[in-house]
Design a protein around this ligand. Structure first.
Ligand SMILES: *Cc1c(COP(=O)(O)O)cnc(C)c1O
Length: 408
């Protein structure tokens, strides 16, 4: 009996402590409440990873719960453009989201196919898979895949997963695929599946599509499929004067993958994938009558909530806000670069990029700002980078510069 009373008192004390911490919105589990408090406290300090901590999702969850959707299981399995199954889904809103974004990447209204994917990697998986199948189904030959050695690791992983012959092409010091190296490694006797990195992971390098396309054009007989891995930069570039760099019409790529949880600020892993109808129609068919017949995508179940979040963001932020944010991000990137130069801290940035890499500061600073680290002897060895996203303001940069100045 005595033990029980003590236990009950401990639970009440725990709950009370959690209540004060979370403004009365305790879960009843102190451990969970403390963790939530810590996450919220830390989120604006996170500078090393490409996520937008100033999302416009406010109000989404209140609406969702107030309308009883938290007790309704939905699933967007199947083709959002051919939605005839009786599954509860948000396909209607997924289509609206895709129709909003497709023109931003130069895809024409009636000539594209797309989906809200589960991540940038999911989009790359589809780009590489669709590309390999398109080339095989239209030429009868298996392609060779080419990607730079600075591209995001998912591309190498996916080539391995899909059992493709992969050639890693050397990049220059700043991380861009070298056209002469592509020329040297190219096997024109087989179709070419090339993945362009629009934002290499650490240095933020953008492959020069025009120069690389000129190399491919020397072999007019070689069938080519171009996939663009634009997970991070594909978010903000359409809203800048450099929009042409992610334009299907201008650059003649066949598919593109963009992350939703980076620039756009979906609060959970998410993405967009676009390709042409022609590519989609040249995939192997698997007719599944009990879904909606046309299952060309790799995953069966897909989130019904993510398209709703994207749709919400289009209403609450939309073109004008994203344009303003993209401009501000590039301005703040230039400001951070100028401030590092002013105090004499070695740093580098690629053109069009919001990613600055620099000599690695102390362990404490790396930890405090969640900086991502790498090594490169060409730049003096130990490096760190900052990705200037929406929450990385001038005030935040000033604070960091003051910290770095003390370490000089
Ligand atoms: C972030 C990133 C990825 C991986 O995307 P996820 O959405 O995290 O799966 C792939 N490529 C590039 C260039 C990236 O920046």
């Amino acid at each position: 009996m005595k033990y029980r009373i003590i236990a009950a008192t401990a639970i009440i004390a725990g709950t009370l402590a959690a209540c004060t911490v979370n403004n009365g919105k305790s879960s009843g589990y102190e451990e969970l409440d403390r963790w939530a408090e810590e996450m919220v406290q830390k989120h604006l300090n996170q500078l090393g990873y490409p996520v937008n901590q100033n999302s416009h999702l406010e109000g989404f969850y209140e609406w969702y719960i107030a309308n009883g959707l938290d007790r309704t299981v939905m699933n967007n399995a199947g083709n959002p453009f051919d939605s005839t199954s009786s599954l509860l889904s948000s396909h209607k809103f997924e289509r609206e989201v895709l129709k909003f974004f497709a023109p931003l990447y130069g895809f024409e209204k009636d000539k594209f196919w797309g989906m809200v994917s589960s991540s940038g990697t999911d989009g790359n998986n589809h780009g590489i898979y669709f590309g390999a199948n398109y080339l095989y189904n239209t030429t009868g030959k298996k392609p060779v895949m080419y990607v730079s050695d600075e591209a995001h690791y998912s591309n190498m992983r996916l080539a391995d997963l899909q059992n493709l012959d992969l050639k890693l092409i050397k990049s220059d010091d700043m991380g861009r695929m070298i056209p002469e190296e592509l020329e040297k490694d190219l096997d024109p006797s087989r179709p070419c599946l090339i993945v362009y990195a629009m934002g290499s992971t650490f240095k933020g390098a953008i492959d020069d599509q025009k120069a690389l396309n000129a190399v491919l054009a020397k072999h007019p007989e070689m069938p080519v499929y171009r996939h663009v891995d634009a997970a991070l930069f594909g978010g903000y570039l359409p809203f800048t004067e450099y929009a042409g760099m992610v334009d299907h019409n201008e650059l003649n790529f066949q598919s593109i993958a963009i992350s939703g949880h980076k620039f756009f600020g979906v609060d959970d892993p998410a993405g967009l994938f676009f390709t042409t109808k022609e590519v989609f129609d040249n995939q192997s068919k698997y007719d599944i009558p009990y879904l909606n017949r046309d299952m060309k995508m790799i995953s069966c179940s897909r989130s019904a909530i993510t398209p709703l979040k994207f749709w919400w963001l289009i209403q609450k932020a939309g073109y004008e806000t994203w344009k303003q944010e993209a401009g501000q991000m590039l301005e703040n990137t230039a400001y951070l670069k100028a401030e590092m130069d002013r105090i004499g801290w070695p740093c580098w940035v690629n053109e069009y990029s919001n990613t600055i890499f620099f000599r690695r500061p102390s362990k404490d600073t790396v930890k405090k700002y969640y900086l991502a680290c790498n090594n490169d002897d060409r730049f003096g060895g130990e490096l760190a980078h900052i990705v200037v996203m929406q929450h990385v303001t001038k005030e935040c940069i000033d604070e960091l510069i003051a910290v770095l100045e003390k370490e000089l």
